[in-house]
Write a protein that binds this ligand. Structure first.
Ligand SMILES: Cc1cc2nc3c(=O)[nH]c(=O)nc-3n(C[C@H](O)[C@H](O)[C@H](O)COP(=O)(O)OP(=O)(O)OC[C@H]3O[C@@H](n4cnc5c(N)ncnc54)[C@H](O)[C@@H]3O)c2cc1C
Length: 539
């Protein structure tokens, strides 16, 4: 039996496990999870998240492991679902539900997979509350050290699926949280000025984690406009949460579209692949031409409205955001919410939004092949547009922001590009062209940062890889670490922050499933020809 270790059992580890046990060859699989329960994942873990935090993925988009999320939900009791504010009778496949509920689903799926693995003749060991501390690869095998075992374990292959990495809580600067996942959940936040850096998904999570300590959201059953209200608790009058970013834009609400996604016509994976093969010189501009033609084909009226024919890869983002940037963010949010709710009711798809959503998946392939100058241009322009489009938030999150706004609890600060941040003992000061803004409590909610090899938490493997001189992990497009000196293809690196250089949009459960599937296939069939992700100019 091949001995395979999976380090980390969030969605990526889980989908990898599922792909492995579906193969014919019986395997000896060992799963390591540092948390107390395997199979949950960081964003869905009840210890790390608040019940108010919503998933921005619905059952229809979650690749089933043994059964769909909706089937699992339908099999829960009414009172279990009520605990999460979910009405059993109203369940449907496009609902955005609390993330912790999704964590329960993944945990149950994990238990089902365990049973299935045993039935299929695999030998599975699970170590929970067990952190892998090191990993070293030789020519013939590899060794794994943990904080619970005296001797290292021997394996033939390993999959690193360790997921998100957040900074530790800042001990010397109380009131400063380097991420919403660095001690904020569970901390008592006083009613006062709270600064949140980042206005997207994580920023909204951080704002909700604070707001629910100081009041409650109330539905208004008799209100024809379906408005949500927020009522402050007595003594919380001084609470004011400021969401801030360079542009001061709020995200838009998730929009209706056909799922599975319909195929693209012009910027197809094949056509983009052809441009990649034609070489890095001018790649971004050539692919932008495909993007422009695809959007024009999908939505000529919108294309004319932003003068798409006059735009290029550098000017597209400004034109895309221009309208929103000129409006009050909360008024824009209200109008956008009304629009998406109407479109959901009427099952109407806005063609340009849908085109952008599908384009981000196809266009991502160019990232590792761009010259460093084009990569900077991509990150400053097109990347921001795609992220804004695919990271649309659940409409309920926008309702909550509007409720907080109506209660005078939240505001948005546009910092501009030229801002300074000073973190001190008495709080954090943000200095913009309009002056100083002081926050006794401050949360950096800019989301997961890309990491390089120097951040790899396994010292032996880190040294082995750094010895090859690259700062970025030498992975191929099936996630294998392609280093002959460490046994070639025996380690798969599927930890998202280390893949972000190559795949700037790598995140989300559907992507975890795709990664797990790719790794599973490679482990079953052996390595096939693959594209090295370290671009030529980096090698
Ligand atoms: C706050 C937040 C909300 C999100 N919400 C959504 C959403 O609604 N929908 C969506 O599609 N995507 C969402 N995402 C994207 C997210 O990236 C994926 O959904 C998914 O969680 C990634 O799975 P993963 O298994 O790669 O990583 P993780 O979920 O981070 O899981 C990694 C696991 O590895 C374990 N681990 C780490 N190091 C070790 C070690 N050394 N030894 C043993 N175990 C270890 C961790 O304890 C953890 O269980 C969200 C991300 C964040 C940060």
């Amino acid at each position: 039996m091949q001995r395979i270790a999976i380090i980390g059992t969030g969605p990526t580890g889980l989908y990898t496990f599922a792909a492995l046990i579906n193969g014919r060859a019986p395997l000896a699989i060992t799963l390591y999870e540092q948390g107390d329960q395997a199979g949950v994942g960081m964003p869905y873990d009840r210890h790390a998240n608040h019940r108010a935090m919503l998933a921005n993925i619905a059952s229809i988009e979650i690749p089933p492991l043994t059964r769909t999320y909706l089937d699992w939900l339908r099999a829960r009791t009414t009172s279990f679902l009520n605990d999460y504010g979910v009405d059993k009778a109203g369940l449907h496949e496009r609902q955005f539900l609390p993330r912790i509920l999704l964590g329960h689903y993944f945990r149950d799926q994990f238990l089902d997979l365990l049973a299935k693995a045993k039935e299929r003749g695999h030998r599975v060991s699970v170590f929970e509350g067990c952190r892998v501390t090191d990993l070293a690869a030789g020519q013939e095998d590899l060794k794994i050290w943990t904080d619970r075992h005296t001797d290292p374990g021997d394996f033939d292959r390993a999959v690193i699926a360790t997921g998100h990495v957040w900074p530790a809580p800042a001990r010397d600067t109380p009131g400063y949280f380097p991420s919403p996942w660095s001690g904020l959940i569970g901390a008592a936040i006083p009613a006062g000025a709270v600064g949140v850096l980042g206005t997207s998904l994580s920023g909204i999570d951080a704002a909700m984690a604070v707001a629910v300590q100081h009041g409650r959201f109330h539905e208004q059953p008799d209100d024809p406009h379906n408005t949500l209200r927020f009522q402050r608790a007595a003594g919380s009058e001084a609470l004011c949460i400021t969401l801030m970013s360079r542009s001061g834009l709020l995200p838009e609400a998730d929009f209706y579209c056909p799922i599975p996604h319909q195929p693209l016509h012009i910027a197809t994976q094949e056509n983009i692949g052809r441009e990649i093969d034609a070489g890095p010189h001018g790649l971004l501009d050539r692919v932008f031409e495909l993007i422009r033609r695809e959007i024009r084909r999908a939505d000529p009226a919108w294309s004319d409205s932003i003068a798409l024919s006059t735009l290029n890869a550098d000017t597209f983002a400004a034109a895309y955001f221009a309208n929103r940037a000129q409006r009050n963010p909360f008024r824009w949010a209200r109008r956008n919410l009304e629009e998406v709710e109407r479109n959901k009711r009427n099952k109407h798809t806005v063609p340009w939004r849908y085109a952008l959503l599908r384009l981000h998946e196809a266009v991502e392939d160019i990232a590792p092949h761009l010259s460093s100058n084009d990569r900077e241009r991509f990150d400053a322009g097109l990347r921001r547009v795609f992220v804004d489009n695919y990271a649309a938030v659940p409409p309920e999150s926008i309702r909550r922001l509007l409720a907080l706004r109506a209660a005078g609890v939240i505001e948005v600060l546009e910092m501009g590009t030229d801002y300074r941040m000073r973190i001190g003992d008495n709080g954090t000061v943000i200095t913009t062209v309009n002056g100083d803004h002081h926050f006794p409590v401050f949360i950096d909610a800019r989301g997961q940062k890309a990491l390089d090899l120097g951040d790899l938490p396994f010292p032996r493997l880190r040294e082995q890889l750094l010895a090859h001189g690259d700062a970025l992990p030498p992975v191929g497009d099936n996630y294998t670490l392609m280093v002959p000196q460490i046994g070639g293809h025996r380690i798969a690196l599927a930890a998202l922050p280390f893949l972000m250089h190559y795949r700037p949009f790598v995140q989300g459960i559907a992507v975890c499933a795709e990664i797990g599937q790719a790794i599973g296939e490679t482990l079953h069939r052996g390595p096939r020809r693959q594209r090295h992700w370290l671009p030529d100019y980096e090698r």
